[in-house]
Ligand binder design. Structure first.
Ligand SMILES: [Mg+2]
Length: 227
């Protein structure tokens, strides 16, 4: 019996190429000007302080920008980087007409599950702010009315089973009642360890090389909730 669903974004609701070919290049291009133009803004100052804490010394604005670009190149999931990317993307969605990519089977199923009384939550390494922007400005319109909550790595790493225990507690469900959806088997293994049910999303049908104990689906239409 599934009474709640938690889904990953990249490779699960949304193509990885949207994240890597659209969002990340936009953030990378705009990091220097955004920080220079907003360096007196309180929420930007807070992120600069977090960068200093991360590197263990006080950086100039230019050094902080260099550090951020380096973290982006290394695909590091560091909180101040994620937060600043979120601020820059907000600009993109609100002023440059960005739309969040979702696979075509995603909106109808999220709505269906929600309307069945099975709340749908997001758990992604992208910041909660970035998650909300993506789903509120999606190519299928505003999907946030059908989403019940958002989790990012501030609750813990995606490959650490403790994170899934914390989320279960937060949403007041026993892990066994929760279905977790992801394209990464290590994340599913961590969720499985807590007793959660899992489905592996295989969005690329040509990828026959995977080896996994998890139930898998090529899209959300194929996901069956146990009655
Ligand atoms: Mg993923």
């Amino acid at each position: 019996m599934v009474t709640a669903i938690i889904t990953d974004i990249e490779g699960t609701t949304t193509s990885v190429s949207f994240v890597y070919d659209v969002l990340f290049p936009y953030a990378r291009e705009h990091i220097p000007s955004y920080i220079k133009n907003h360096s007196q803004q309180i929420n930007v100052i807070e992120q600069l302080k977090l960068i200093n804490t991360e590197v263990g010394r006080s950086l100039s604005i230019n050094e902080a920008i260099e550090q951020l670009l380096q973290w982006m190149d290394e695909d590091k999931k560091i909180t101040p980087l994620k937060n600043l990317q979120g601020m820059i993307w907000e600009d993109g969605y609100k002023t440059n007409g960005f739309q969040g990519d979702v696979y075509e089977d995603v909106p109808a199923n999220i709505k269906k599950w929600h309307d069945m009384g099975v709340p749908v939550y997001i758990y992604s390494s992208g910041s909660i702010k970035a998650q909300k922007l993506l789903f509120s400005h999606s190519i299928a319109g505003d999907l946030t009315p059908w989403l019940s909550g958002y989790f990012d790595t501030t609750i813990g790493a995606k490959k650490d089973h403790q994170s899934y225990l914390r989320i279960a507690k937060e949403i007041n469900k026993s892990p066994a009642e929760i279905l977790f959806l992801s394209d990464i088997t290590d994340e599913l293994d961590a969720a499985n360890q807590t007793g959660m049910q899992t489905v592996l999303l295989i969005r690329n049908k040509n990828d026959n090389s995977f080896q996994s104990d998890h139930i898998f689906a090529e899209n959300f239409n194929q996901i069956q909730l146990n009655e």
